[in-house]
Design a protein around this ligand. Sequence first.
Ligand SMILES: [Zn+2]
Length: 100
Amino acid sequence: MFKKILIDLHAEIELPRGWFRGSLERQAEELEYEARELTEFIRDHRSRDSYQISIVREYKTVCEFCGFDEERDGEGVPVCCGKAIEEYNMAKVEPVGGKG
Ligand SMILES: [Zn+2]
């Protein structure tokens, strides 16, 4: 029924990050800085001047209350914890962006 097809290609480069501290977002900013520096370095070598290094952030959705990965039942109701279910039910009662 399902088959795996190739849809896109990316090259990866591992930048040294042993000394980076702080949140992943902070580390991403540091890596982006390193990537820009290395891109400039490569650009000085004319035969590779179209090379570009970029940092790709990976995200997943987790519950803000319990920290579990987002998981919902067939109706779209969260299943991880009572607080999430409670908030889901509140949002249903008041659908117009009532997020505080
Ligand atoms: Zn939860």
